[in-house]
Write a protein that binds this ligand. Sequence first.
Ligand SMILES: [Zn+2]
Length: 101
Amino acid sequence: MPENGKRNTATRNRHRAYLRRTKPPCGLCGEDIDYSLPHLDPGSFVVDHIVPLARGGADELDNVQSAHRLCNGQKHDKLAGETTKAAAPAAPRTYVTWRTW
Ligand SMILES: [Zn+2]
């Protein structure tokens, strides 16, 4: 069991190298990513944790995906809003599902 809250640069570099090699599309918007873009370009790729580490996600390859820097920033905004909503239990939540029971 890896210690939580520890940032492992070696692991992160390994994930980056893996994504750069396999070049998957953005896991958030589904569009292709230009892996040759400079680091700070909004369209450049970042390593995104599918389940955020702060929420107990594992720092493992099966929990990482590629995302545009821009998309990743928007995801963070969304998560912040989600947290605010969860703190206000008065607002009812509607769950949409396509699943048939
Ligand atoms: Zn994207």
